[in-house]
Design a protein around this ligand. Structure first.
Ligand SMILES: Cc1ncc(COP(=O)(O)O)c(C=O)c1O
Length: 343
């Protein structure tokens, strides 16, 4: 049987032989005692790369975001984010459940929130009967919008706004690596406009597990307490931190290739007249399109029968994600299968 071409997500990548070798050879210790040399090395490496004082290894992107929000807020506080933000749509209501905070989602094209709109919804300091606005959150690249890049000029304005109103700025940088590779703007330049950042090792970078949060030393000290309180204190996890370190060292720059694959796939479909697509929004490794000839579920079913796995985006949209475990040839083949099934 032919191998399935899995384009549902960049989280489906499997550790390469080289990555597995790094895991096998990792020096380990008890990380709850801060004695795992590989975890310590990963945290130092990531802090340096992100230009922050300190960093912390956490099991998932969700936990990374939620620890950051917990440290930056008190119960009853409010976080402003985009209406399609991962923290709003896909994190199981955990801002409320874990931190007793609420989100204020605002609209914006391609996941971009305008400083003017954000300023309008910041609660006045004098309004003691309203929640207290505490954080402005940005997601870069933006998952649900289709891997779109938040422009650096807008990020700077949101930072200035945050500082003027005494708010924190948090970055959900699950795919900040993709934004950096696509724009040439370093991850440390992006991170410099935020108090806290959470970024994933287990998406396009290809590690099997793990995220990094980064910020000032005191922030990470508090984050370390919360990670433990939420059951995220881990022991000899150098074995997985080694994969994360390998991912940062060897799989970061190659993301450019995933972006080329996404463009190739989108271009092949765009001229068919059988889909609607905003081709300019294909900026990194995610493609969103609306099939014109049949329902999303039908297309997904037919493609699956032909060995191509796709997923759903927002209502009526198909989501395709390129990654290191699919070759250019497979991308071409997948595009042909999708076109055939579009009729
Ligand atoms: C933008 C964004 N933030 C956070 C996450 C959460 O990451 P995890 O699945 O590791 O919890 C994801 C996962 O897809 C994501 O796309």
């Amino acid at each position: 049987m032919n191998k399935m071409i899995d384009l549902r997500s960049d989280t489906v990548t499997k550790p390469s032989q080289e990555m597995r070798k790094a895991m096998l050879n990792a020096e380990v210790g008890d990380d709850v005692y801060k004695e795992d040399p590989t975890v310590n090395k990963l945290e130092e490496y990531a802090a340096d790369l992100l230009g922050k004082e300190d960093a912390l290894f956490v099991p998932s992107g969700l936990m990374g975001n939620q620890i950051c929000l917990n440290v930056l807020t008190n119960p009853g506080d409010e976080v402003i984010c985009h209406k399609d933000a991962h923290i709003f749509i896909y994190e199981s209501g955990s801002p409320a459940a874990l931190s007793g905070i609420q989100l204020f989602p605002v609209a914006g094209e391609r996941g971009i929130i305008s400083p003017e709109l954000v300023e309008e919804v910041i609660r006045p300091e004098s309004a003691y009967y309203m929640p207290r606005t505490k954080v402005i959150e940005v997601e870069n690249t933006h998952n649900r919008a289709g891997g779109t890049i938040h422009p650096i000029e807008n990020i700077k304005k949101l930072r200035e706004l945050g500082q003027r109103h005494n708010l924190y700025n948090h970055l959900d940088g699950a795919r900040i690596w993709n934004a950096s590779v696509a724009t040439g703007i370093s991850v440390s330049e992006y991170a410099s406009h935020f108090d806290s950042i959470s970024c994933c090792l287990s998406k396009g970078l290809g590690a099997p597990i793990g995220s990094i949060i980064a910020g000032e030393r005191d922030f990470i000290k508090e984050a370390y307490r919360i990670r433990k309180a939420w059951g995220g204190g881990m022991r000899q996890v150098g074995i997985i931190a080694a994969a994360g370190l390998f991912a940062l060292q060897y799989n970061f720059r190659r993301l450019e290739e995933d972006h080329q694959k996404a463009k190739m796939f989108a271009d092949k479909l765009a001229n068919s007249g059988k889909i609607e697509i905003d081709i300019k929004s294909v900026e990194t490794n995610i493609i969103m399109f609306r099939p014109k000839t049949l329902k999303v579920e039908e297309l997904l079913k037919k493609c699956l029968e032909d060995g191509v796995m796709l997923s759903t985006g927002s209502v009526g949209m198909v989501r395709v994600v390129t990654h290191m475990d699919v070759s250019f040839d497979e991308i071409e083949k997948a595009a042909e299968i999708v076109l055939k099934n579009l009729g």
